[in-house]
Design a protein around this ligand. Structure first.
Ligand code: LLP
Length: 422
């Protein structure tokens, strides 16, 4: 359930007509709903109510790193799953306690590891033995012990898009499960590390629970082996990955279904479970509001609806062939079949091909739905288009939570060196 609904034939974000935001902030613009974020955060937490212990839930910052979003989720008691020094700094700036921050990622630099130690973050998810050894050394030099989980690659096909699958043995993530026990033991012996757990994340936008269940079962066996070997395991990080519907009518496993599966599989683990949801919290809490520039016809059967948003603003369709529902802000009841494209000079700048949509014409407003996760954060300034503004709605109020960054501001950071002027 989200709070982007039609009222008297016009699309609203909570109690604010989207047309008002377009008038005041311009388009394209990402619009987030506070109530939807909060609802998703609570529904996910409630889905985990049947666990033996209170879980630790860390929002995957990569899905939507906006400070207002992080601050909202921090107030809901969420920690942060970060994958760079930049994300860590944002989470802290948003008021999320360092103790609730989990640092994942295969390429943490020595500087980032040291920054995490400096901040006393709650957990490092180590992705290789090499990284563990390096972290141990840095921590020891600082007179600290780094709290760590070892990320395991369970060699499971998540059944999702190959670019967002992370748990197959050929992927770069985690350590191979058949070597995880020995690596854990070696790292646990290092004075700079406090090895306290295992972590797994097999991919994103999962439409089935079975691959997750299979991964958790493997992790559970490993937990037993490690404890039998004499090392302690107190935390089990089960990652994120739960998918969301992008098309009207699609049905996905609910957080309650997910929670029930997790409770069943992890019964008796005697460990604190940790989660890193991103999309399921943020996806349907945001839309990308855009205006139709013009409609043109080529040789194709279907016209091109050219909108002012492009692949640089919302990369998912061009990158993964992803579907985002497209709905008119003031639908007139008529329908049309069209190709929806942006202004960028690439054929890949296509949001939809031969799709039946609300009939729209020049000047009309429309939204791409389910753009709250992996939307604004994946933007670029390709074609010197600048970065889109972001707005958060709260009931009848709204605020710009990220300014539009104009092309001029980007150019201002560039310079022509003297040697080109001679
Ligand atoms: N934890 C780890 C270690 C991750 O790598 C990810 C996502 C998450 C948690 C959050 O996963 P989620 O709950 O959001 O599925 N840009 C792509 C998605 C990339 C996901 C990367 N990792 C997209 O637009 O679909």
């Amino acid at each position: 359930m989200d709070h982007f609904q039609l009222r008297n034939g016009e699309l609203f974000a909570e109690d604010v007509p989207l047309a008002r935001i377009a008038d005041e902030v311009g388009t394209p613009v990402y619009v987030y709903s506070r109530a939807t974020f909060e609802r998703h955060a609570r529904v996910f937490r409630e889905g985990l109510a049947g666990l033996d212990r209170k879980p630790h839930i860390a929002f995957a910052v990569k899905s939507n790193p906006n400070l207002a979003v992080l601050s909202l989720l921090g107030r809901e008691g969420y920690g942060a799953d970060v994958v760079s020094g930049g994300e860590m700094a944002r989470a802290i700036a948003a008021g999320i306690p360092a103790a609730d921050i989990v640092f994942s990622g295969v390429g943490k630099t020595a500087r980032e590891l040291a920054a995490g130690l400096d901040e006393r973050i709650g957990q490092f998810n180590i992705e290789s033995e090499e990284e563990g050894v390096e972290l141990a050394q840095i921590a020891a030099e600082m007179g600290l012990k780094a709290p760590c989980a070892l990320r395991v690659n369970p060699d499971i096909d998540a059944g999702t898009h190959e670019k967002i699958s992370t748990g197959k043995k050929d992927n770069k993530f985690g350590v191979p499960i058949d070597r995880a026990g020995e690596i854990y033991a070696r790292l646990a012996a290092l004075p700079g590390l406090d090895m306290r757990g295992l972590a797994v994340h097999i991919g994103s936008q999962l439409s089935e629970l079975a691959p997750l269940e299979a991964a958790f079962l493997r992790l559970g066996e490993l937990l037993g082996d490690i404890r039998a070997g004499g090392d302690s395991v107190t935390h089990m990080d089960l990652g994120g990955g739960l998918g969301v519907p992008y098309k009207k009518g699609e049905v996905f496993p609910s957080p309650a279904d997910y929670g029930a599966m997790v409770a069943r599989v992890t019964r008796g683990w005697d460990a604190t479970l940790m989660f890193e949801p991103g999309r399921v919290i943020a996806g349907n809490a945001g839309v990308l509001l855009t205006r139709v520039i013009r409609v043109k016809r080529n040789a194709n059967r279907d016209p091109f609806v050219i909108v002012d948003a492009a692949m640089n603003d919302l990369a998912r369709p061009s990158l993964y062939g992803a579907w985002h529902d497209f709905d008119a802000v003031r639908p007139n009841g008529a329908r049309m079949v069209a190709n929806i494209v942006g202004p960028i000079c690439e054929t890949g700048d296509t949001f939809a091909t031969g799709r039946e949509i609300d009939a729209v014409g020049p000047g009309d407003l429309a939204v791409f739905r389910t753009a709250g996760a992996y939307g604004a954060t994946m933007a670029s300034s390709y074609n010197s288009r600048g970065f889109v503004a972001e707005v958060m709605v709260d009931g009848e109020e709204f605020a710009v939570v990220a300014d539009r960054i104009l092309p001029e501001a980007i150019t201002a950071a560039e310079r022509v060196p003297d040697f080109l002027k001679r």
